[in-house]
Design a protein around this ligand. Structure first.
Ligand code: SF4
Ligand code: SF4
Length: 348
Protein backbone atom coordinates (compact mmCIF):
# COMPACT_ATOMS: atom_id res chain seq x y z
CA UNK A 1 0.00 0.00 0.00
CA UNK A 2 1.31 3.44 -0.82
CA UNK A 3 1.25 5.84 2.13
CA UNK A 4 -1.29 8.62 1.65
CA UNK A 5 0.27 11.99 2.40
CA UNK A 6 -2.11 12.53 5.35
CA UNK A 7 -1.11 9.17 6.87
CA UNK A 8 2.60 9.88 6.31
CA UNK A 9 2.25 13.29 7.96
CA UNK A 10 0.33 11.87 10.89
CA UNK A 11 2.91 9.08 11.41
CA UNK A 12 5.76 11.61 11.31
CA UNK A 13 3.90 13.79 13.84
CA UNK A 14 3.45 10.86 16.23
CA UNK A 15 7.10 9.80 15.80
CA UNK A 16 8.30 13.21 17.02
CA UNK A 17 5.87 13.43 19.94
CA UNK A 18 7.78 12.43 23.08
CA UNK A 19 6.86 9.65 25.52
CA UNK A 20 4.41 7.73 23.36
CA UNK A 21 4.00 3.97 22.98
CA UNK A 22 5.27 4.03 19.39
CA UNK A 23 5.04 0.27 18.80
CA UNK A 24 2.26 -2.20 19.52
CA UNK A 25 1.89 -5.86 18.65
CA UNK A 26 -1.58 -7.34 18.58
CA UNK A 27 -1.68 -11.14 18.64
CA UNK A 28 -5.17 -11.33 17.23
CA UNK A 29 -5.58 -15.08 17.60
CA UNK A 30 -3.81 -18.08 19.09
CA UNK A 31 -5.16 -20.33 16.34
CA UNK A 32 -2.56 -21.67 13.97
CA UNK A 33 -2.52 -24.15 11.12
CA UNK A 34 1.21 -25.00 11.43
CA UNK A 35 3.14 -27.22 13.80
CA UNK A 36 6.49 -25.51 14.25
CA UNK A 37 8.93 -27.34 16.48
CA UNK A 38 10.12 -24.27 18.36
CA UNK A 39 6.61 -22.99 19.14
CA UNK A 40 4.08 -23.77 21.83
CA UNK A 41 1.04 -22.06 20.28
CA UNK A 42 -0.34 -25.05 18.38
CA UNK A 43 0.09 -27.29 21.41
CA UNK A 44 -2.51 -25.30 23.35
CA UNK A 45 -6.27 -25.63 23.17
CA UNK A 46 -7.07 -22.51 21.15
CA UNK A 47 -9.91 -20.11 21.87
CA UNK A 48 -12.75 -20.40 19.39
CA UNK A 49 -13.28 -17.43 17.02
CA UNK A 50 -16.32 -16.46 19.12
CA UNK A 51 -14.19 -16.18 22.26
CA UNK A 52 -11.68 -13.86 20.59
CA UNK A 53 -12.29 -10.12 20.45
CA UNK A 54 -14.80 -9.07 17.80
CA UNK A 55 -14.18 -6.89 14.76
CA UNK A 56 -15.85 -3.93 16.48
CA UNK A 57 -13.74 -4.41 19.57
CA UNK A 58 -10.55 -4.49 17.49
CA UNK A 59 -11.57 -1.27 15.73
CA UNK A 60 -12.25 0.45 19.07
CA UNK A 61 -8.90 -0.87 20.30
CA UNK A 62 -7.18 0.61 17.26
CA UNK A 63 -8.89 3.94 18.01
CA UNK A 64 -7.46 3.73 21.54
CA UNK A 65 -3.99 3.10 20.13
CA UNK A 66 -4.36 6.07 17.82
CA UNK A 67 -5.34 8.24 20.77
CA UNK A 68 -2.24 7.07 22.66
CA UNK A 69 -0.01 8.10 19.76
CA UNK A 70 1.09 4.66 18.54
CA UNK A 71 2.61 4.87 15.06
CA UNK A 72 3.32 1.25 14.20
CA UNK A 73 1.28 -1.91 14.67
CA UNK A 74 2.26 -5.51 14.05
CA UNK A 75 -0.64 -7.93 13.59
CA UNK A 76 0.42 -11.41 14.52
CA UNK A 77 -0.79 -14.62 16.17
CA UNK A 78 -1.08 -17.68 15.88
CA UNK A 79 -1.83 -16.92 12.30
CA UNK A 80 -3.82 -13.65 12.09
CA UNK A 81 -4.93 -14.48 8.55
CA UNK A 82 -7.11 -17.26 9.98
CA UNK A 83 -9.49 -14.60 11.28
CA UNK A 84 -12.47 -14.18 8.94
CA UNK A 85 -12.50 -10.43 9.54
CA UNK A 86 -8.81 -9.86 8.87
CA UNK A 87 -9.58 -7.80 5.73
CA UNK A 88 -11.62 -5.34 7.82
CA UNK A 89 -8.94 -5.20 10.52
CA UNK A 90 -6.09 -4.53 8.07
CA UNK A 91 -8.17 -1.95 6.26
CA UNK A 92 -8.93 -0.09 9.50
CA UNK A 93 -5.43 -0.38 11.00
CA UNK A 94 -3.66 0.76 7.87
CA UNK A 95 -5.56 4.06 7.84
CA UNK A 96 -3.65 5.20 10.95
CA UNK A 97 -0.60 3.06 11.50
CA UNK A 98 2.38 1.62 9.70
CA UNK A 99 0.80 -1.82 9.56
CA UNK A 100 2.73 -5.07 9.31
CA UNK A 101 1.09 -8.47 9.21
CA UNK A 102 2.71 -11.87 9.68
CA UNK A 103 1.87 -15.11 7.90
CA UNK A 104 3.60 -18.49 7.90
CA UNK A 105 3.19 -18.49 4.13
CA UNK A 106 0.13 -20.70 4.03
CA UNK A 107 -2.64 -18.08 3.88
CA UNK A 108 -1.19 -15.04 2.14
CA UNK A 109 -2.15 -15.99 -1.40
CA UNK A 110 -5.76 -16.68 -0.33
CA UNK A 111 -5.95 -13.35 1.49
CA UNK A 112 -4.19 -11.28 -1.13
CA UNK A 113 -6.92 -8.65 -1.49
CA UNK A 114 -6.81 -7.95 2.24
CA UNK A 115 -3.01 -7.82 2.23
CA UNK A 116 -2.95 -5.15 -0.47
CA UNK A 117 -4.01 -2.69 2.24
CA UNK A 118 -1.11 -3.56 4.60
CA UNK A 119 2.14 -1.62 4.49
CA UNK A 120 4.29 -4.70 5.02
CA UNK A 121 3.62 -8.42 4.83
CA UNK A 122 6.18 -10.63 6.57
CA UNK A 123 6.33 -14.26 5.52
CA UNK A 124 8.14 -16.42 8.06
CA UNK A 125 10.89 -18.27 6.22
CA UNK A 126 13.97 -19.53 8.03
CA UNK A 127 16.08 -21.31 5.48
CA UNK A 128 17.02 -21.75 1.84
CA UNK A 129 17.09 -25.46 2.51
CA UNK A 130 13.67 -26.92 1.72
CA UNK A 131 14.04 -30.04 3.88
CA UNK A 132 15.36 -28.11 6.85
CA UNK A 133 12.55 -25.59 6.67
CA UNK A 134 9.83 -28.24 6.42
CA UNK A 135 11.43 -29.91 9.46
CA UNK A 136 11.42 -26.63 11.45
CA UNK A 137 7.80 -25.94 10.51
CA UNK A 138 6.62 -29.49 11.07
CA UNK A 139 4.69 -29.32 7.79
CA UNK A 140 5.69 -31.04 4.58
CA UNK A 141 5.66 -28.60 1.64
CA UNK A 142 5.92 -25.53 3.91
CA UNK A 143 9.01 -24.18 2.09
CA UNK A 144 7.45 -24.36 -1.38
CA UNK A 145 4.24 -22.75 -0.09
CA UNK A 146 6.12 -19.91 1.60
CA UNK A 147 8.38 -19.20 -1.39
CA UNK A 148 5.37 -19.27 -3.72
CA UNK A 149 3.56 -16.82 -1.41
CA UNK A 150 6.51 -14.42 -1.46
CA UNK A 151 6.77 -14.54 -5.27
CA UNK A 152 3.02 -14.21 -5.84
CA UNK A 153 2.62 -11.28 -3.47
CA UNK A 154 5.60 -9.54 -5.00
CA UNK A 155 4.15 -9.92 -8.49
CA UNK A 156 0.94 -8.34 -7.20
CA UNK A 157 2.90 -5.31 -6.00
CA UNK A 158 2.45 -6.08 -2.29
CA UNK A 159 5.37 -5.03 -0.11
CA UNK A 160 6.34 -8.50 1.01
CA UNK A 161 9.45 -9.56 2.88
CA UNK A 162 10.82 -12.68 4.52
CA UNK A 163 11.32 -12.99 8.24
CA UNK A 164 13.74 -15.69 9.43
CA UNK A 165 13.93 -16.60 13.10
CA UNK A 166 17.65 -16.84 13.75
CA UNK A 167 18.50 -20.00 15.69
CA UNK A 168 21.34 -22.50 15.91
CA UNK A 169 19.72 -24.39 13.03
CA UNK A 170 20.06 -21.60 10.46
CA UNK A 171 22.75 -19.37 11.95
CA UNK A 172 25.42 -20.35 9.45
CA UNK A 173 23.21 -19.50 6.45
CA UNK A 174 21.76 -16.15 7.56
CA UNK A 175 24.19 -14.09 5.46
CA UNK A 176 23.61 -16.19 2.33
CA UNK A 177 19.87 -16.14 3.00
CA UNK A 178 19.97 -12.35 3.24
CA UNK A 179 21.96 -12.04 0.01
CA UNK A 180 19.64 -14.43 -1.81
CA UNK A 181 16.49 -12.45 -1.04
CA UNK A 182 17.89 -8.92 -1.23
CA UNK A 183 19.40 -9.84 -4.64
CA UNK A 184 15.78 -10.44 -5.68
CA UNK A 185 14.60 -7.16 -4.19
CA UNK A 186 12.82 -8.91 -1.31
CA UNK A 187 13.54 -7.36 2.09
CA UNK A 188 14.52 -9.37 5.13
CA UNK A 189 13.69 -8.67 8.76
CA UNK A 190 14.81 -10.87 11.59
CA UNK A 191 13.56 -12.56 14.74
CA UNK A 192 15.71 -14.36 17.29
CA UNK A 193 14.72 -17.73 18.72
CA UNK A 194 13.87 -17.55 22.39
CA UNK A 195 12.26 -19.70 24.97
CA UNK A 196 11.07 -18.34 28.26
CA UNK A 197 10.30 -20.51 31.20
CA UNK A 198 6.66 -19.93 32.12
CA UNK A 199 6.14 -17.35 34.82
CA UNK A 200 3.09 -16.62 36.92
CA UNK A 201 0.38 -14.39 35.42
CA UNK A 202 2.25 -13.89 32.17
CA UNK A 203 0.10 -12.83 29.21
CA UNK A 204 1.12 -15.87 27.17
CA UNK A 205 4.11 -18.07 26.43
CA UNK A 206 6.40 -17.93 23.41
CA UNK A 207 8.65 -20.68 22.20
CA UNK A 208 9.05 -24.24 23.22
CA UNK A 209 12.15 -25.48 24.91
CA UNK A 210 14.07 -27.12 22.09
CA UNK A 211 17.81 -27.28 22.55
CA UNK A 212 18.50 -27.65 18.85
CA UNK A 213 17.30 -24.04 18.32
CA UNK A 214 19.17 -22.37 21.15
CA UNK A 215 22.15 -20.40 19.85
CA UNK A 216 25.25 -22.05 21.27
CA UNK A 217 27.70 -20.89 18.65
CA UNK A 218 28.01 -17.34 19.92
CA UNK A 219 31.11 -16.57 17.87
CA UNK A 220 29.22 -17.26 14.64
CA UNK A 221 26.34 -15.10 15.86
CA UNK A 222 28.77 -12.20 16.37
CA UNK A 223 30.11 -12.77 12.84
CA UNK A 224 26.57 -12.77 11.47
CA UNK A 225 25.95 -9.36 13.10
CA UNK A 226 29.21 -8.01 11.66
CA UNK A 227 28.35 -9.49 8.26
CA UNK A 228 24.88 -7.92 8.23
CA UNK A 229 26.35 -4.54 9.13
CA UNK A 230 28.75 -4.89 6.16
CA UNK A 231 25.97 -6.01 3.80
CA UNK A 232 23.86 -3.02 4.82
CA UNK A 233 26.54 -0.72 3.40
CA UNK A 234 26.14 -2.30 -0.02
CA UNK A 235 22.46 -3.11 -0.42
CA UNK A 236 18.96 -2.17 0.61
CA UNK A 237 16.28 -4.45 2.08
CA UNK A 238 18.05 -5.39 5.33
CA UNK A 239 15.58 -4.29 8.00
CA UNK A 240 17.73 -4.23 11.11
CA UNK A 241 19.41 -1.14 12.52
CA UNK A 242 23.12 -0.85 13.25
CA UNK A 243 22.24 0.01 16.83
CA UNK A 244 20.43 -3.32 17.17
CA UNK A 245 23.33 -5.20 15.57
CA UNK A 246 25.80 -3.53 17.94
CA UNK A 247 23.92 -4.52 21.11
CA UNK A 248 23.52 -8.07 19.78
CA UNK A 249 27.26 -8.29 19.11
CA UNK A 250 28.00 -7.19 22.67
CA UNK A 251 25.39 -9.56 24.09
CA UNK A 252 26.77 -12.59 22.26
CA UNK A 253 30.45 -11.73 22.73
CA UNK A 254 30.42 -10.75 26.42
CA UNK A 255 26.94 -11.54 27.74
CA UNK A 256 26.43 -7.86 28.59
CA UNK A 257 23.02 -6.26 28.05
CA UNK A 258 23.69 -2.69 26.97
CA UNK A 259 20.07 -1.56 26.66
CA UNK A 260 17.25 -0.89 29.08
CA UNK A 261 13.91 -2.48 28.35
CA UNK A 262 11.12 -0.04 27.52
CA UNK A 263 8.17 -2.41 27.88
CA UNK A 264 4.94 -0.52 28.63
CA UNK A 265 6.74 2.67 27.70
CA UNK A 266 7.63 2.63 24.02
CA UNK A 267 5.86 -0.68 23.28
CA UNK A 268 3.35 -3.21 24.55
CA UNK A 269 1.50 -6.34 23.54
CA UNK A 270 -2.20 -7.02 23.17
CA UNK A 271 -3.58 -10.55 23.19
CA UNK A 272 -6.58 -12.16 21.48
CA UNK A 273 -8.81 -11.15 24.41
CA UNK A 274 -7.82 -7.49 24.12
CA UNK A 275 -5.63 -7.55 27.25
CA UNK A 276 -2.53 -5.35 27.33
CA UNK A 277 0.80 -6.16 28.96
CA UNK A 278 4.23 -4.57 28.67
CA UNK A 279 5.39 -7.78 27.05
CA UNK A 280 4.05 -11.30 26.80
CA UNK A 281 6.02 -12.38 29.90
CA UNK A 282 4.25 -9.95 32.16
CA UNK A 283 0.80 -9.65 33.65
CA UNK A 284 -2.03 -7.85 31.86
CA UNK A 285 -2.51 -4.32 33.20
CA UNK A 286 -5.69 -3.21 31.43
CA UNK A 287 -7.85 -3.91 28.44
CA UNK A 288 -6.89 -2.02 25.31
CA UNK A 289 -10.08 0.05 25.64
CA UNK A 290 -9.14 1.09 29.20
CA UNK A 291 -5.50 1.77 28.40
CA UNK A 292 -5.75 5.50 27.52
CA UNK A 293 -7.29 6.22 30.94
CA UNK A 294 -4.62 4.35 32.94
CA UNK A 295 -1.60 5.13 30.75
CA UNK A 296 -0.33 7.93 33.04
CA UNK A 297 -1.17 6.16 36.31
CA UNK A 298 1.41 5.62 39.06
CA UNK A 299 0.80 1.86 38.81
CA UNK A 300 2.05 1.82 35.22
CA UNK A 301 4.94 4.15 36.11
CA UNK A 302 6.05 1.65 38.80
CA UNK A 303 5.85 -1.21 36.33
CA UNK A 304 7.89 0.74 33.74
CA UNK A 305 10.63 1.22 36.31
CA UNK A 306 10.54 -2.49 37.15
CA UNK A 307 10.65 -3.60 33.50
CA UNK A 308 13.54 -1.26 32.73
CA UNK A 309 15.67 -3.38 35.08
CA UNK A 310 14.43 -6.70 33.68
CA UNK A 311 16.78 -9.02 31.81
CA UNK A 312 14.48 -11.98 31.27
CA UNK A 313 14.43 -12.10 27.49
CA UNK A 314 16.31 -11.29 24.32
CA UNK A 315 13.48 -11.12 21.80
CA UNK A 316 14.68 -9.06 18.90
CA UNK A 317 11.52 -7.01 18.43
CA UNK A 318 11.59 -5.96 22.10
CA UNK A 319 15.25 -5.00 21.81
CA UNK A 320 14.50 -2.94 18.70
CA UNK A 321 11.50 -1.21 20.35
CA UNK A 322 13.61 -0.47 23.43
CA UNK A 323 16.50 0.96 21.44
CA UNK A 324 14.20 2.97 19.21
CA UNK A 325 11.73 4.22 21.74
CA UNK A 326 12.18 7.96 21.80
CA UNK A 327 12.00 10.86 19.36
CA UNK A 328 15.73 10.97 18.70
CA UNK A 329 15.97 7.27 17.96
CA UNK A 330 12.85 7.33 15.79
CA UNK A 331 14.66 9.82 13.60
CA UNK A 332 17.71 7.54 13.89
CA UNK A 333 15.75 4.65 12.34
CA UNK A 334 14.95 6.74 9.26
CA UNK A 335 18.62 7.70 8.99
CA UNK A 336 19.80 4.10 9.48
CA UNK A 337 17.24 2.75 7.01
CA UNK A 338 17.50 5.62 4.52
CA UNK A 339 18.19 3.28 1.58
CA UNK A 340 14.97 1.40 2.38
CA UNK A 341 12.95 4.55 3.06
CA UNK A 342 13.95 5.86 -0.39
CA UNK A 343 12.87 2.58 -2.00
CA UNK A 344 9.52 2.71 -0.19
CA UNK A 345 8.88 6.30 -1.21
CA UNK A 346 9.56 5.37 -4.83
CA UNK A 347 6.95 2.57 -4.81
CA UNK A 348 3.78 3.08 -6.82
S1 SF4 B 1 5.69 -20.32 14.96
FE1 SF4 B 1 3.96 -19.20 14.08
S2 SF4 B 1 3.39 -20.44 12.30
FE2 SF4 B 1 4.57 -21.77 13.62
S3 SF4 B 1 3.09 -22.85 14.91
FE3 SF4 B 1 3.79 -21.05 16.04
S4 SF4 B 1 2.30 -19.45 15.60
FE4 SF4 B 1 2.07 -21.07 14.04
S1 SF4 C 1 13.32 -7.71 29.22
FE1 SF4 C 1 11.48 -6.45 28.85
S2 SF4 C 1 10.45 -7.49 27.16
FE2 SF4 C 1 11.88 -8.98 28.06
S3 SF4 C 1 10.75 -10.10 29.64
FE3 SF4 C 1 11.70 -8.35 30.66
S4 SF4 C 1 10.14 -6.72 30.63
FE4 SF4 C 1 9.56 -8.25 29.09
Amino acid sequence: MKFSSSKALSVVKRSVTPNRPYHAQWLLTRRCNYRCRGCNVWREKPLSPKEEVSTDYVKKGLDALHKLGTMEIVLSGGNPLLRDDIDKIIDYASRFFITTIYDNGSMAVKKMDALKKADFVAISLDSLDEKKFDYIRGVSGAWKTAVNAVETLKQEGIHVGVSPTISQLNLSEILDFTKYFTDRDIPVWYCLYGYDYPSENQLFGIGKKADEFEIKDKETMVKVCEGLAELKKQRSGIYITNKTLTVLQTLFSSGQRTWKCKALKSFFMIDSLGRVAGCHRNEPVASILELPTVWDSSKLEDLRRKYSECSQCTYLCYIFYSLHGNVRSNIGVVWDQWRNVKTLLRRD
